[in-house]
Design a protein around this ligand. Structure first.
Ligand code: UT7
Length: 355
């Protein structure tokens, strides 16, 4: 059974820089509040009518494919993680296949809906496919366009200031030598608090048959003979189609689960936290990263953060950060790289890579 390796990596962020001060024109917030609570200074948003989720993903993918030294036709499977797809269905995997001009290869394309942990879940799946010998060049993508789905009024400020657009991609291949291999991946979830960080509307939940919700979501006015509509006028009017987050609860769980899942991966490989050369945490909040860094006793050189520039790009945050760290020479051959994420679901996971 061959291990897998990351053979090529790329990222793309839109040119459009949106600073904290720009958001303060639309809602009651300030550069000071956002920086102090999250570390974010600016984020990127797609250019209107020019870019969408798949286009960002294609731009990142082309770089990853070139750096892997293969042609796009060599890709034999696509795994695409996003929470902000272009369409409700079909998923972005097939759209990326078309955007890259490889529809005729008729390869499989899989969409992953694991939000902030989406890239780690995707990488883990790619790793298993490579180990089983089923595929040889898997394109793994995390891509998000949050800017189209945020509430830019004061009502939504607790969520909207955090998220940004961007994409990252890797090509996963069988490993050939001692170095450059994915050592292990760990995946977890606990659905008890699924609604603590979620967009539940539009959706087919039907208000969960709760009288209060049936009224809140406007199902009475929108009644139809069979089932309930997945979107109502009231949902749109009352701003119920935006993401909801109970920030403090998410924060508390994140700072617990990040170290846990990192230690789990290290112990699995007989390694210790001191062995980590570079930790790339999902970029949720600089304070979460700092907390994890402190808990593990890592130095500033052992943790890479770029949330200051891009905000939280959910499934894209880890591949973007991994690529930037690598391009900056902060990850060298033989280094032990640890990826870790926590987010909506709740889902969380880690990956240990010998670079
Ligand atoms: O990537 C997925 C996983 N997501 C996360 O890990 C996010 C985890 N949570 C967080 O990062 C933080 O909870 C937030 C950054 C979202 C919020 O920070 P916080 O320190 O937990 O603030 P808070 O929600 O407790 O709000 C504190 C105050 C409130 O005002 P009052 O009630 O104290 O008067 C909010 O209304 O700050 C207010 N507030 C804002 N003020 C200015 C909330 N958002 C803003 C804002 N600007 N953008």
């Amino acid at each position: 059974m061959k291990n897998s390796k990351i053979a090529g990596i790329g990222y793309y962020v839109p040119k459009n820089v949106v600073k904290n001060e720009d958001l303060a024109r639309y809602m009651e917030t300030s550069d000071e509040w956002i920086q102090e609570r999250t570390g974010i200074k600016e984020r990127r948003y797609v250019t209107k009518h020019e870019e969408n989720n798949t286009i960002l993903a294609a731009k990142a993918s082309r770089v990853a494919i070139e750096r892997a030294g293969i042609n796009k036709e060599d890709i034999d499977f696509i795994i695409y993680a996003t929470l902000s797809p272009d369409y409700y269905f079909p998923g972005c995997g097939v759209l990326l296949q078309r955007e890259l001009g490889i529809s005729k290869t008729e390869i499989g394309a899989l969409d992953i809906r694991n939000q902030c942990s989406g890239f780690i879940y995707s990488l883990s799946i790619a790793d298993q496919f490579i180990k089983s010998g089923m595929y040889k060049n898997i394109l793994v993508v995390g891509s998000e366009v949050h800017s189209g789905g945020l509430d830019f009024t004061t009502r939504g400020r607790g969520v909207s200031v955090i998220f940004g657009d961007g994409a990252g991609a890797v090509v996963v291949q069988p490993a050939d030598g001692k170095n450059r291999k994915i050592l292990t991946t760990k995946l977890h979830s606990d659905g008890s608090d699924a609604e603590e960080l979620a967009i539940i509307n539009p959706g087919f939940h039907g208000g969960h048959w709760d009288e209060e919700n049936i009224e809140k979501y406007g199902y009475e006015e929108a009644s139809q003979e069979w089932g309930v509509p997945y979107v109502t006028e009231k949902m749109v009017k009352d701003g119920l189609c935006y993401p909801y987050m109970h920030g403090q609860n998410v924060f508390k769980m994140a700072v617990k689960k990040f170290p846990e899942v990192i230690i789990e991966a290290l112990e699995d490989q007989g390694l210790a936290k001191e062995n980590i050369d570079m930790l790339i945490p999902h970029q949720a909040n600089i304070r979460i990263s700092q907390f994890v860094q402190k808990t593990l006793g890592l130095s500033d050189d052992q943790v890479f953060n770029n949330i200051q520039k891009y905000g939280n790009t959910t499934a894209a945050s880890i591949p973007i950060a991994l690529c930037e760290a690598w391009e900056a020479g902060k990850i060298k051959e033989g280094d032990l790289v640890c990826l870790a994420a926590f987010g909506s679901g709740f889902t969380w996971g880690s990956a240990l890579i010998r670079w």
